[in-house]
Design a protein around this ligand. Structure first.
Ligand code: GLN
Length: 474
């Protein structure tokens, strides 16, 4: 088996044909991790022993004819999802030794399938960032060029799959954290419709924006993992009851391009690659139409008000009493401030400050409420666009993988790179990044991603066009 190119779809066939066992497959992945991860640092913890145990159990399920889609598939989990009895730290000092007391719904679903859990992956602390440099435990590296970031915040998950150290991985996406690392490492990354995958047991960042989704080498792999984790969950009050979403329309094969918006800070060769993919889709029978999303230019500002507002509220519970780190002090107030002052890294503290500011009595009307109103307009812009097109497309990231350290001290430059991904979370619609060629930096080929955006519940449209883009091989 060649782990660099193996997909979960191929591994499924090989496992079913008994070409190798789940245990042999798992050993191959553990070997790859042992050889490569000292350099890549995709994992914060590898669960070699329990992975072997799960692989043996999967082999028994297969022998008994109880195989499900992901039985025996070795998978990596982002460090912000709870697995009972395991540390889940969100790559933060404040939760460095926190042990989860229950399984996230996505984890229970995967356990029932007989998946093999390889380990927990590095990420930006509490999913805040786009490079994994905000991890309290050091950055991950991009397998295509180890002087560069793998993107973030699900950068460890992306690096693990791209380096052949996991077949597929779970990520979470609040403003692009699955799609952007997928784009920077040459993978497919899916952010499902808000409410289709349970957030129960996912550490909340921006509750109205967060979704768990899948990372894999192909659309088929991302699709298979999505099918395994989706579904209504009474434990998540924002989970959509099955059957609530509009039934998918027939595809007209029309794609919308918000051209006026694309110029913003994009590298010329990234845009050229995007145009090449569009042209290829056109020759495959798609009509490409210019569309206008008039409120999209405000998306970044709106996101960086709503997300910190929600994050500051969600992080209030890490107070040194309820969970994780506790720094002793003479008064309760000092316990709070010392624990939070040392346990949270600088980016998390920055967002808590911004969040509490935009929610404070004197400013909530000027910032938070206004941002919510504009969020509604952005949602309407997408709804209007989807009256005439099947999907809206953009580059996933305006730039390819950047150097470790390049943007680390410039938060605004880091935020600006989220321009194409954040509108999707504000609208709650599904989107997927698919690889579409490469650009060259310092002699190295760096992957570029093509973002497909569909109406609520339109994942099938994403998979269909995603597979088409894969076949075009731009
Ligand atoms: N890069 C974005 C941010 O820093 C997105 C993060 C995410 O999706 N979790 O907020």
């Amino acid at each position: 088996m060649n782990l660099a190119t193996l997909t979960s779809t191929e591994a499924r066939k090989a496992l079913d044909a008994r070409e190798y066992s789940a245990l042999e497959l798992t050993e191959a992945y553990l070997d790859a991790i042992a050889k490569k991860d000292a350099e890549i640092h995709a994992y914060l913890e590898v669960w070699a022993d329990s992975a072997r145990g799960e692989a043996k159990a999967a082999d028994e399920m297969i022998a008994r004819g109880m195989t499900q889609a992901l039985t025996g598939i070795p998978l990596a989990v982002k460090d912000n999802m709870l697995i009972e009895g395991r540390i889940a730290s969100s790559a933060s000092r404040i939760l460095e030794n926190y042990v989860a007391s229950y399984d996230a719904t996505v984890i229970s679903k995967l356990k029932a399938q007989g998946v093999v859990f390889l380990g927990r992956t590095n990420m930006d602390e509490f999913a805040m960032g786009g490079s994994t440099e905000n991890s309290a435990f050091g950055p991950s590296r991009n397998p295509h060029d180890t002087t560069r970031v793998p993107g973030g915040s699900s950068g460890g998950s992306a690096a693990a799959v791209a380096a052949g150290m996991a077949l597929v991985a779970l990520g979470s996406d609040t403003g692009g954290s699955i799609r952007q690392p997928a784009s920077l490492t040459g993978l497919v990354g899916l952010k499902p419709t808000y409410g289709t995958v349970s957030r129960f047991g996912l550490m909340a960042m921006g509750s109205s924006l967060d979704q768990i989704g899948s990372l894999g080498k192909t659309t088929a792999d991302a699709h298979a993992l999505f099918d395994a984790i989706r579904g209504y969950d009474p434990n998540d009050s924002t989970s959509l009851p099955d059957g609530t979403l509009p039934v998918a329309r027939n595809m007209q094969k029309v794609i919308g391009v918000p051209r006026a918006f694309l110029k913003e800070g994009s590298d010329a060769d990234v845009l050229a690659q995007f145009e090449k993919t569009l042209a290829a889709l056109q020759s495959a029978g798609y009509e490409v139409r210019d569309i206008d999303l008039p409120n999209i230019p405000y998306a970044l500002a709106v996101y960086y008000i709503i997300m910190p507002a929600e994050a500051s509220t969600n992080l209030a519970k890490y107070d040194g009493i309820r969970y994780g780190l506790s720094t002793p002090a003479d008064t309760i107030g000092d316990v709070y401030s010392k624990t939070r002052g040392t346990g949270f890294g600088p980016e998390v503290r920055r967002r808590i400050l911004v969040g509490t500011f935009v929610l404070s009595a004197g400013y909530a009307d000027a910032y938070y409420r206004k941002a919510r109103a504009v969020r509604g307009l952005i949602r309407d812009d997408f709804a209007r666009a989807f009256e005439s097109v099947d999907a809206v497309v953009t580059p996933t990231s305006p730039v390819p993988a950047f150097k470790i350290g390049e943007k680390a001290n410039d938060p605004l430059a880091m935020y600006a790179a989220d321009i194409f991904t954040v509108p999707v979370n504000l609208a709650g619609v599904p989107a997927m990044s698919v690889p579409s060629g490469t650009v060259v930096r310092e002699g190295k080929q760096l992957p570029v991603g093509f973002q497909l955006i569909a109406p609520h519940g339109g994942e099938e449209t994403l998979f269909r066009i995603g597979e088409e883009v894969e076949k075009l091989k731009v």
